[in-house]
Design a protein around this ligand. Structure first.
Ligand code: CP
Length: 310
């Protein structure tokens, strides 16, 4: 007899904590919410009376705005502070910040922070549900989920696909969430990048490291390039951006090695002309803006599901 599924997560801290059923359920819920964003009046009362606080200690365009849009489309009250306008600039610790915010009784706290593990720390000090919007080089679960939703919409499935991820895997929380998520859902994930930007223990996450750009892209269903994270490279780990573009940049020719219907993806923001050439980023196989659209639906689903478990 089939057991009844129940989404049991109070917090969304990483893809690592999500089962195949959880991921399927989040993607199905997101898919059902997409229609709301296409209505003339893009608002439902689902989270009316709920308070959501956005704590973004690192810059963000897509994630911050789409969590805000998602919350407002579900009628929640949203508030936010950034690192530069918070008392963190006066030396207040993250835990003190968390306790003070918790004293205002929010229902959900969304956090992006340069410290890997900050959402996990926060979740131990507040009663609110905590959603990780990107922690250091660790995970970016909502990005991993919106990437999976985008691929599933186009391919009709996630199992048996070849996902090629190219670039700075070492610093990329997106890559870590994507590797965990896609491999958990039955895709085969292959990565390639400069040796200095490939972590040693990648196979434990479920990815195969390739030795050439052709090897990683050949017959891929999805070609995902990652942003070179200039802000996380105090010591240069690549010789120059020009050299990087020549050796690892995805050009039209590189993209042609993938399957004819392969999707071109990038989490954004794009360093145009470095990891991805503009004609590929804006070409007919690019789904980069669909990723952004799906980001709103996935974040609506996450807010809805964690509130269901308050
Ligand atoms: N993909 C992503 O996290 O983009 P932002 O940094 O703009 O949020």
């Amino acid at each position: 007899m089939a057991t009844e599924y129940f989404f049991s997560h109070r917090h969304i801290l990483g893809i690592d904590h999500l089962s195949v059923d959880d991921i399927d359920h989040i993607l199905n819920t997101a898919e059902s919410f997409k229609e709301i964003s296409a209505r003339p009046i893009k608002k439902v009362p689902t989270l009316r009376g709920n308070t959501i606080i956005n704590l973004f200690f690192e810059p963000s365009t897509r994630t911050k705005l789409s969590f805000e849009v998602a919350a407002k489309r579900m009628s929640a009250d949203t508030f936010g502070i950034s690192a530069s306008t918070s008392s963190a600039t006066k030396g207040e610790t993250l835990i003190d910040t968390a306790r003070n915010i918790a004293a205002m009784h929010p229902d959900i706290i969304i956090i992006r922070h340069s410290f890997s593990g900050s959402p996990h720390l926060l979740s131990r000090h507040v009663n609110a549900a905590v959603i990780n919007a990107g922690d250091g080089t660790h995970e970016h679960p909502s990005q991993g989920l919106l990437d999976m939703l985008t691929v599933r919409e186009h391919k009709g499935r996630l199992d048996g696909l070849k996902i090629a991820i190219i670039g700075d895997i070492l610093h990329s929380r997106v890559a870590h969430s994507d590797i965990l998520g896609f491999s958990r859902m039955g895709s085969e994930v292959f990565v390639y990048g400069p040796a200095t930007l490939i972590p040693m223990d990648l196979d434990t996450l479920g990815a195969t490291v390739c030795s050439s750009l052709q090897e990683v892209v050949e017959d891929a269903d999805v070609v995902m390039t990652l942003r070179i994270q200039k802000e996380r490279q105090d010591d240069p780990l690549i010789p120059s951006f020009r050299e990087y573009a020549l050796q690892y940049g995805v050009t039209r020719q590189v993209a042609s090695w993938a399957k004819p219907d392969a999707l071109i993806m990038h989490p954004g923001p794009i360093n145009r002309g470095i990891e991805l050439m503009p004609d590929v980023a804006d070409g007919p196989r690019s789904v980069i803006l669909e990723q952004v659209t799906n980001g709103v639906a996935v974040r609506m689903a996450l807010l809805y599901l964690v509130m269901g478990n308050s």
